[in-house]
Design a protein around this ligand. Structure first.
Ligand code: ZN
Length: 221
């Protein structure tokens, strides 16, 4: 850590990039001098100082390293693609009834606060000659959930990925999640569940198909 960074330790924590600041000049200013050369670990150590902590004390000495590793893990979706994850696990079938995998665990981070949101995803589709290996659907979810997300976009991206992979007659995705940014920040929504859905193809056009899917989502576990 350079002396220059330490001398700024007393300043209040500033956002790295304001969401409303779209100009490149804003971005340049937000990045600050010298940060390009700092390691993620150094940035986290500085962050600990800014919130009033001492990153040198016993309990925190390894924390910047752990934070850097955790962040890399929680955002590993940026370094994965659906194609890699599927790895050719697509199979030809005559079956044309609904295929559903429900209660897929989802862990993601909201892009507004970098706080976790987590819950369950339910994915169904009606094949049109091809199915995905069942174990691949949870891994497809991970590709998109292990990024900074909003729940609505995550839901859409999963539906799109299924659509693009096997071109089914239709696909439906429902995600039910709890957001720590609502629960921890005193927004008084301690137990609320955010539910999002994306319906494509026959799941959008045929009410009967959509209802079948939704009744399976809500069926007793
Ligand atoms: Zn949030």
């Amino acid at each position: 850590m350079s002396n220059r960074m330490e001398s700024r330790a007393g300043e209040p924590l500033k956002p790295m990039q304001r969401p409303e600041g779209n100009g490149s000049r804003d971005r340049e200013a937000a990045r600050g001098p010298g940060l390009n050369e700092a390691t993620v670990q150094q940035i986290y150590a500085e962050l600990l100082r800014r919130i009033g902590e001492d990153p040198e004390r016993d309990g925190l000495i390894e924390t910047p390293r752990r934070m850097a590793e955790a962040m890399a893990f929680l955002t590993r979706g940026y370094r994965q693609t659906v194609k890699d994850v599927l790895h050719g696990a697509l199979f030809d079938v005559d079956y044309d009834e609904m295929v559903m995998v429900r209660d897929i665990e989802v862990y993601s981070m909201c892009e507004h606060h970098l706080l976790p949101f987590f819950g369950k995803a339910h994915i169904a589709y009606i094949p049109s000659g091809k199915v995905v290996g069942l174990s691949k659907l949870p891994r497809m979810v991970d590709v998109f959930s292990r990024r900074l997300q909003v729940q609505e976009r995550l839901t859409q991206q999963i539906a799109e990925a299924v659509e693009d992979s096997i071109h089914p007659q239709g696909v439906g995705v429902v995600i039910e999640a709890q957001h720590l940014c609502m629960m921890m920040r005193g927004v008084e929504k301690q137990s609320s569940l955010t539910v999002t859905s994306s319906m494509r193809g026959v799941f959008k056009t045929q009410q009967q198909t959509r209802n079948e899917f939704l009744s399976l989502v809500h069926a007793q576990k």
